[in-house]
Write a protein that binds this ligand. Structure first.
Ligand code: PHB
Length: 390
């Protein structure tokens, strides 16, 4: 009996040792995204961005094999949380990445802290997210970072009376505040602040109010994936012919949906960190490779957030020589600098947010297709929310 038990014991530990060996040589990255539901375009873009990075740079880093596991949270925070726990507990994921909307990123923050597993926020943009765990690092952007430059552009370009229309949750509230406050401080007037619900938004009554207000411009934030529905109502209410200018952060004219928005989008001016039309060799190669790998789909800023998220994970694993210790990975990510398809970027060591250029862009037709064409830039913008001491 004892002999049998011992034999079983030896066999079991041999299996355990080989499993440990396999584990030691594989770094599992858990990617959680809304692959279904209203933010499915974000999921699709993020997954394609991460996969392209691996395809271009190989699936081995510092001697470790990279395994990317993608899970669909359907956009529900309780599902995001459960998937994060399963990825860490069952799949032994050493890094988590993705999270299509702010509440989904926030749902994972306590888990990242407790498990000491880096959480790479590659999509969401509410400024305070990175303050919710020392294990969060962001490769997307913050709404204050994108919105504040729009206020300055308006003031310089004689746009004095603006109505704001934002989706009523974290990033929309950030966009409204960080556009309105500097705009009013600089002498502008915000005639109305309208917030539309995230779930099943009906833009029509809100746009009617904007039309009645007759401002010089309407400043808009809707999350990526909602821009086409917004533009349809904008046209149906006749706002495209009203002389009221469409301005906003670049989420409303995101590159994924822009080609299908129609000529009414032409002339919209937005501030953002990425355009598929960005003129650099890195971006030209990125767009070409992305379109080739995805049946001609155009990458948007979500794809770039995930592509850069993978770049950051590869950088950190190289710096730790393959160690997956969570704190060591986070330490290696702080201060990391590289050239992204969007331009030069850096992880702010103090806030773990991304420092990047913000570009002023106008929708134009280029070779018969709509693009956000960059015509000005503000270099190395830090998240202003944290720079203001928050
Ligand atoms: C967010 O929920 O933080 C979010 C989602 C989509 C965007 C921007 C921010 O385009």
């Amino acid at each position: 009996m004892l002999k049998t038990l011992l034999a079983v014991g030896v066999a079991a530990s041999a299996i355990a040792a080989s499993a440990a060996l396999a584990d030691d040589n594989t770094v599992t990255i858990g990617m959680i995204l809304p692959m279904t539901g209203p933010s499915a375009s974000t999921g699709k873009q993020e997954q394609a961005g991460a996969q392209l990075y691996i395809h271009e740079h190989g699936d081995t880093v510092a001697g470790k094999k990279i395994q990317l596991i993608v899970k669909d949270d359907t956009g529900a925070p309780d599902v995001t949380k459960r998937l994060a726990e399963e990825l860490i507990g069952n799949d032994k994921a050493k890094v988590l990445i993705g999270f299509g909307l702010t509440p989904l990123a926030l749902a994972v923050a306590p888990i990242a802290t407790e498990a000491k597993v880096p959480e790479i926020v590659s999509a969401a943009g509410t400024a305070m997210i990175t303050e919710k765990s020392p294990f969060i690092v962001r490769t997307s952007f913050t709404l204050p970072q994108a919105a504040e430059p729009m206020a300055r552009w308006c003031l310089k370009n004689n746009i004095r009376k603006v109505a704001t229309l934002v989706t009523d949750y974290g990033p929309g509230v950030d966009a409204e505040k960080w556009f309105s406050e500097p705009f009013v401080k600089g002498g502008g007037t915000v005639v109305e602040k309208i917030r539309v619900p995230l779930k099943n938004p009906d833009f029509a009554p809100f746009l009617q109010r904007v039309s009645d207000d007759k401002p010089d411009a309407v400043f808009v934030f809707v999350p990526s994936g909602f821009g086409a529905a917004f533009m349809k109502e904008f046209v149906d209410r006749g706002l495209d012919k009203s002389g009221i200018k469409l301005i906003g952060t670049g989420d409303v004219t995101d590159d994924d949906l822009l080609p299908s928005m129609g000529d009414a989008a032409i002339g919209a001016v937005t501030t953002h960190h990425y355009s598929a039309a960005h003129d650099s060799p890195e971006n030209k190669a990125f767009v070409a490779d992305f379109e080739k790998a995805n049946n001609g789909m155009r990458p948007n800023f979500m794809a770039v957030g995930a592509y850069d998220g993978m770049a950051l994970i590869y950088h950190a694993l190289e710096a730790t020589k393959g160690s997956t210790d969570g704190q060591a990975l986070i330490d290696a990510m702080k201060g990391a600098k590289w050239t992204s398809p969007r331009g030069p970027v850096e992880i702010d060591p103090a806030t773990r947010d991304i420092i990047q250029n913000i570009y002023v862009r106008k929708v134009e037709k280029v070779n018969g297709q709509l693009y956000n064409v960059e015509f000005d830039k503000i270099e190395a913008v830090k998240d202003p929310f944290k720079a203001a001491g928050n």
